[in-house]
Design a protein around this ligand. Structure first.
Ligand code: SF4
Length: 379
């Protein structure tokens, strides 16, 4: 099973923390869907006839697309690929776009069957800190409209570690989420990436700085609360009721193949990774035959091992030594086990059968632990 990702880079305004490829300019809106359709033709063979089990409209803000555009893109995929009957089709959207009529139209006029809503917080002061377009009331209304019109297969994003977000407010955000009975939550720590507006504003002391201890406390509360409400913590930032995992993201984490269309979109077919140019002008104005692949790398064995370690340790499926032995060989198992040993002793990892998993305590150190068991990428 494989996946298709479509990057829709347009946003009404740029959030202070945004580190994705997104633009508030409308200059290239006209003609963008046509360019995506052309790119699909150009790179049709990338996935080598694999069945598509997930289609994902990400961004940017895909909820800015019209239903006509959404249907044109899905029709193209349906005609160009072998698409599974139960394909998961996710659209990311923001509460300011997802008012009642657009939600009704998505439900009744398109095959979208999963919504990913960028709520981030139900409090307007947190949303102002982040420079989001919507407010707390719109966030609630949007979820309620989606539930009212039968789009139950929904996930929302919540951000913790915002300086304006007290522990009481964070708990209330989680309680509001639980009250809707939604099957899935993605929750991320606010990170200040270099050169973002937030980075600049904090440096100029125009906005409060992010406190790492506050983020850690919020993360602990997140784990406690989701566990108490029976959500499975199946990836560092993702929680699901029963088995209602995100099929699309799970495919990334389990090493599945995917092709990405649109500026900055990434693709992976098992042995090489490539990514499109992160520039609308270049994407839209380049000759069709040249427009897409900005860079391509063929992964070395060590890089493939590193990627497996990085993603698997972040999931509830863990890092499986039988898999490592089968795919990479016994020397890799030996390397992994000799380097993970100290983390097991510190209570950050545990071993179940042949699999290593992060403990709740270890989850906050996930990237650092993975880094310690990496191998030199040249190998
Ligand atoms: S909505 Fe998402 S992609 Fe758009 S500016 Fe905000 S964080 Fe970036």
């Amino acid at each position: 099973m494989s996946a298709i990702y479509l990057h829709i880079p347009f946003c009404k305004q740029i959030c202070h923390y945004c580190n994705f490829y997104a633009t508030a300019s409308t200059k290239y809106r006209k003609g963008f869907v046509e360019a995506l359709l052309q790119e699909m033709d150009l790179r049709h063979d990338y996935l080598e006839d694999k069945t598509i089990s997930s289609i994902y409209f990400g961004g940017g803000t895909p909820s800015l697309l019209s239903t006509t555009d959404i249907n044109a893109l899905i029709d193209k995929i349906q005609h160009s690929y072998d698409v599974a009957d139960d394909v998961e089709i996710t659209l990311e959207g923001n509460p300011d776009d997802l008012t009642e009529d657009p939600i009704k139209a998505l439900k009744n006029e398109t095959p979208i069957n999963r919504l990913s809503m960028g709520v981030q917080s139900f409090f307007s002061d947190d949303l102002q800190y982040l420079n989001r377009v919507h407010d707390g009331k719109q966030a609630r209304q949007s979820i309620e409209f989606a539930l009212k019109h039968g789009l139950f297969h929904m996930t929302i994003d919540l951000i913790y570690g915002i300086p304006t977000l007290t522990e009481e407010k964070w708990l209330e955000n989680l309680e509001i989420f639980f009250s809707y009975g939604l099957p899935h939550l993605s929750s991320y720590a606010l990170t200040v990436e270099p050169k973002t507006a937030l980075d600049v504003l904090i440096a100029k002391k125009k906005m409060a700085a992010v406190d790492e201890n506050q983020s850690i406390r919020h993360f602990e509360m997140l784990l406690e609360q989701t566990k108490a409400h029976n959500y499975i913590h199946y990836e560092i930032s993702n929680f699901a009721l029963s088995d209602q995992y995100s099929r699309h993201n799970s495919m990334y984490w389990l090493g599945g193949h995917y092709v990405g269309f649109g500026p900055s979109a990434h693709s992976y077919n098992g042995y090489s990774r490539q990514w499109n140019v992160s520039n609308m002008k270049a994407y839209m104005e380049a000759d069709i035959a040249e427009k897409v692949v900005a860079e391509k790398e063929v992964l070395s064995k060590n890089q493939t091992y590193n990627e497996y370690v990085m993603t698997s340790l972040r999931t509830s499926w863990g890092c499986d030594m039988v898999h490592v032995n089968h795919v990479f060989g016994s020397a890799y198992v030996k390397h992994f086990e000799s380097h993970i040993h100290s983390f097991v002793e510190e209570g950050k990892c545990r071993k179940e059968g042949n699999t290593y998993l992060l403990t709740d305590y270890g989850k906050r150190f996930a990237d650092g632990i993975a880094g310690e068991v990496f191998l030199n990428v040249e190998g």
